[in-house]
Write a protein that binds this ligand. Structure first.
Ligand SMILES: [Fe+2]
Length: 107
């Protein structure tokens, strides 16, 4: 296969997975209980990923207005992560017990 063909094939695959592809965010069929746990874990990962992205942008700018906005957003993302983790703990009792043990709040 010629190089140009290979590049176009790879780019085609990337475009299908791209963030600009709205179809990647289509809702799946209804979740069962296992799917819900997997989805929440993915959502938590997304929140932490967002925090890392905003932190990187915060460190990269000297614009004080932008810094203030990013700091505010980072705090909100941390709140989202905490809300999702609290929900996960309600649904996954093993996760809850292990988290509480690690935090030294065992009963
Ligand atoms: Fe968020």
């Amino acid at each position: 296969m010629k190089t140009k063909k290979i590049i176009n094939k790879v780019l085609g695959k990337l475009n299908k997975q791209s963030l600009s592809n709205p179809k990647q965010y289509e809702a799946p069929e209804r979740f069962d209980e296992t799917d819900v746990l997997k989805a929440i874990r993915q959502d938590i990962i997304a929140e932490y990923d967002a925090i890392n992205l905003y932190e990187a942008h915060l460190q990269a700018t000297n614009d004080s207005e932008l810094k203030e906005i990013l700091e505010h957003i980072i705090e909100e993302e941390k709140e989202h992560a905490a809300e999702l983790q609290a929900y996960l703990n309600k649904k996954d009792s093993v996760q809850k017990i292990l988290l509480e043990k690690e935090m030294g709040i065992e009963e």
